[in-house]
Design a protein around this ligand. Structure first.
Ligand code: ZN
Length: 155
């Protein structure tokens, strides 16, 4: 190894790779859409990620997906580091992420008591269960079209 580690890493290229990593629970959105990726740091070069929900079983899967994506793109020397503070909140979901959640039929997180039905747009909705298809989502039902839907839990 004659070459000394380069001081600058191609952060844009790494972010482009991370953009392609889907959330294991909701493949319609990427981990960058969800705001899981906090940034890329130098020395040593590493990707900072903040897990969404504490104890969310997807966290390990997400780390593995990032590892695989980096390795396959020639970034095998980039570390992954968890950054727990400040804790992730649903506010970090990007505008694109919210649009993708909506298109996927999941109500984006909102601190209001009502959720807009992603199917018909009605706000005449009610929470059915705190636990939807995954621990990170609550199950809601629309009183207008009677369809159930998931809503991202607010943190
Ligand atoms: Zn509806």
């Amino acid at each position: 190894m004659a070459e000394v580690a380069t001081k600058s890493i191609d952060k844009a290229a790494i972010m482009a790779v991370l953009d392609t990593v889907p959330d294991p629970e909701i493949p319609a959105v990427s981990i960058t859409d969800l705001g899981i990726v906090r940034g890329i740091r130098d020395d040593p070069p590493r990707v900072m990620i903040t897990p969404t929900y504490t104890g969310c079983p997807a966290t390990l899967a997400i780390e593995q997906l990032i590892r695989d994506a980096l390795d396959q793109s020639g970034f095998g020397d980039i570390f992954i580091e968890r950054q727990l503070f400040p804790p992730w909140t649903t506010d970090w979901i990007s505008e694109r992420g919210r649009e993708r959640l909506h298109a996927y039929g999941i109500a984006p997180p909102d601190s209001s008591a009502t959720a807009e039905c992603p199917l018909c747009g009605s706000t005449d909705t009610a929470e059915v269960s705190r636990f939807g298809s995954t621990p990170c989502k609550a199950q809601w039902r629309c009183n207008a079209c009677l369809e159930p839907f998931d809503r991202f839990k607010c943190h």
